[in-house]
Design a protein around this ligand. Structure first.
Ligand code: R5P
Length: 320
């Protein structure tokens, strides 16, 4: 990606949700992180102080709204407010993992659309642009009335598969549910391989789910692909169903390792040979130590997109 890292009036600021990723982006762009303190009052209210002049600057605030989602979101909003009041020229909220994205529609009467509410909060706080990665649903871009770039981890995932698993007929890309077919098909196309689908069905309320596999996975090395691994239930159950259907082995790729509760233990004791996630969410110790979880960095992807935004260059051409 871009050999010249020319930037103009660009400043980076990191919240506390994912410092390692922010530092890796800063390294890619060869820029320091702007000095700022994000502190807590005794009652846990957040206080932010930007310790450098940002007047007239093109500022990028890097903050995933991952666990603890509410604290990290509030921190992002308060940082944006501080920057706006400090007369930053343009504020881009860089949200590698956009929490609340799964609440993107009313799932029943009298329920919220929290993804839209979060988009409103970020805009109202003073963000001029948003940069994110693999939104749970692309339409969430439309929840923002400010320019929103949605990057794809797919090129990094494809490269990792080629490096670690090779290419060829032995591979079979698998969507762990019907909702993820588009994503899986795009990966299968990139790899020039076949596609299978795990179709989860609960025949009757209260009965356990039946996993039907659409496609013949016998003897194949299966690659499950999803955007989010949260409890790990979807991916681990799908892996088990694939092994039962005669797959040779199963690896999984996901853009966002949310990994809540006992997810790491579940992945560790699952049939998955490996699970690869990006660094959109900071790794816990458990994730870092887990024998079958590996992480790939999307810092160069995000850094390059930021450089292009700063230089008013095309971001979509990153994926040509
Ligand atoms: C669902 O629509 C998403 O794409 C993921 O499949 C889901 O969020 C994974 O959740 P869990 O790991 O808890 O099964």
């Amino acid at each position: 990606m871009g050999e010249t890292k020319t930037t103009r009036g660009m400043k980076l600021l990191a919240g506390n949700s994912n410092r390692p990723l922010a530092e890796a982006i800063a390294q890619y762009l060869r820029l320091p992180l702007t000095k700022a303190v994000v502190r807590r009052f005794a009652d846990m209210e957040i206080f932010v102080e930007i310790q450098e002049n940002v007047r007239g600057e093109d500022i990028f605030v890097i903050q995933s709204t991952s666990f603890p989602a509410n604290d990290n979101l509030m921190e992002l909003l308060i940082i944006i407010d501080a920057l706006r009041r400090a007369s930053a020229r343009r504020i881009t909220a860089v949200i590698p993992y956009f929490g609340y994205a799964r609440q993107d529609r009313k799932v029943g009467p009298r329920t919220p659309i929290s993804a839209k509410l979060v988009a409103n909060l970020i805009t109202q706080a003073g963000a001029n642009r948003v940069l994110t990665v693999d939104l749970h649903a692309g339409q969430i871009q439309g929840f923002f009335d400010i320019p929103t770039d949605n990057l794809y981890a797919m090129p990094a995932i494809t490269k990792d598969i080629k490096d670690y698993l090779g290419v060829g007929d032995h591979l079979m890309v698998v969507s762990p549910d019907v909702g993820g077919v588009l994503r899986a098909r795009a990966l299968a196309k990139r790899l020039g391989g076949d596609l299978a689908i795990v179709d989860k069905r609960r025949e009757r309320a209260g009965e356990s789910e039946v996993m039907n596999i659409i496609g013949d996975v016998k003897g194949r090395s299966c690659i499950l692909v999803d955007d989010i691994v949260d409890s790990g239930g979807t991916i681990c159950n799908a892996a088990e169903a694939l092994m039962k259907a005669g797959a040779k082995d199963v690896c999984a790729y996901a853009s966002h390792g949310v990994l809540s509760g006992g997810a790491v233990a579940r992945v560790q004791s699952s049939v998955l040979k490996s699970m690869v996630i990006t660094d959109s969410i900071a790794a816990t110790d458990g994730v870092a130590k887990c024998h079958n979880i590996r992480r790939i960095s999307i810092a160069p992807l995000i850094g390059e997109a930021m450089r292009r935004i700063n230089n008013e260059e095309s971001v979509s051409s990153l994926f040509d």
